[in-house]
Design a protein around this ligand. Structure first.
Ligand code: FPP
Length: 231
């Protein structure tokens, strides 16, 4: 890539697995399987390019109302990648953190997730946030209730510390694949000044080169954070 301004934090909405599979006359579960493979490929590439933080929307709170058969397939993929295939995550050599309410997962999968986060806790070069059963509105309401229960008023800084992304800088760039142009309850508080990039590619076909194009596009943008140029 030519000389560019790299985002510190990229977040991905990995949409389009189902449609990608359907176009190939394959079941949706196959799309998710290829989606996770692409997740490790694209996120590794982001870290190789020098991005420090990557966050992925693996399962939204609302996804939990999908048919049981599809949810079972998604849970099996989570079991696989935090279990037998955890090397695929660990070899990225970044700290892995899971955001969201994982109490909906089987207990052994919750334990596997804990083990992977412990095994990677000392990697300090990069941070990989995987959002599972995550919803931004739920996260905000939980934070408000926490503040109320502590009996204190919050300001922006102390409120951020009550979110699941406490201590993590906001995403500079949010990339959504699959052609839809919305945030779907992802990082709503943190996305206040994120640059948004929408790709028509389905997630399993989003390539390393597509990621580079998105970063190049980001790099050419003028981020003013509500200020004026040079202000
Ligand atoms: C959106 O595609 C994608 C999802 C709901 C799930 C994404 C999850 C993964 C890639 C796997 C996560 C696994 C681990 C181990 C972290 P869609 O099904 O909504 O696609 P569609 O819009 O074409 O129907």
């Amino acid at each position: 890539m030519r000389r560019i301004k790299l985002p510190v934090h990229i977040a991905f909405i990995m949409d389009g697995n189902g449609r990608w599979a359907k176009r190939r006359f394959r079941p949706r579960g196959y799309g998710h399987k290829m989606g996770v493979q692409n997740m490790t490929k694209i996120c590794s590439h982001a870290f190789k390019l020098g991005v420090r933080i990557v966050t992925v929307y693996a399962l939204s709170t609302e996804n939990l109302s999908r048919p049981k058969e599809e949810l079972d397939e998604l849970f099996e993929l989570i079991r696989l990648y935090f279990g037998k295939k955890r090397d695929k995550l660990i070899e990225m050599q970044v700290k892995i953190n899971v955001l969201g309410d994982i109490s909906v997962l089987p207990e052994d999968v919750q334990n596997d997730i804990l083990e992977v986060t412990e095994e990677t806790a000392n990697y300090s070069e990069g941070l990989f946030n995987i959002c599972i059963n995550y919803g931004a509105r739920q996260e905000i309401v939980r934070a408000v209730n926490a503040a109320v229960s502590y009996g204190r008023f919050v300001d922006e800084a102390s409120f951020k510390d009550l979110l699941s992304t406490a201590g993590v800088p906001d995403p500079d760039l949010i990339i959504r694949t699959g052609g839809e142009v919305r945030l779907s309850n992802f990082l709503l508080y943190q996305a206040a000044y994120s640059e948004l990039y929408f790709s028509k590619k389905m997630w399993p076909e989003f390539s390393r080169r597509d990621l580079e194009r998105a970063i190049e596009n980001y790099s050419a943008r003028d981020r003013r954070f509500g200020n004026v140029k040079g202000g």
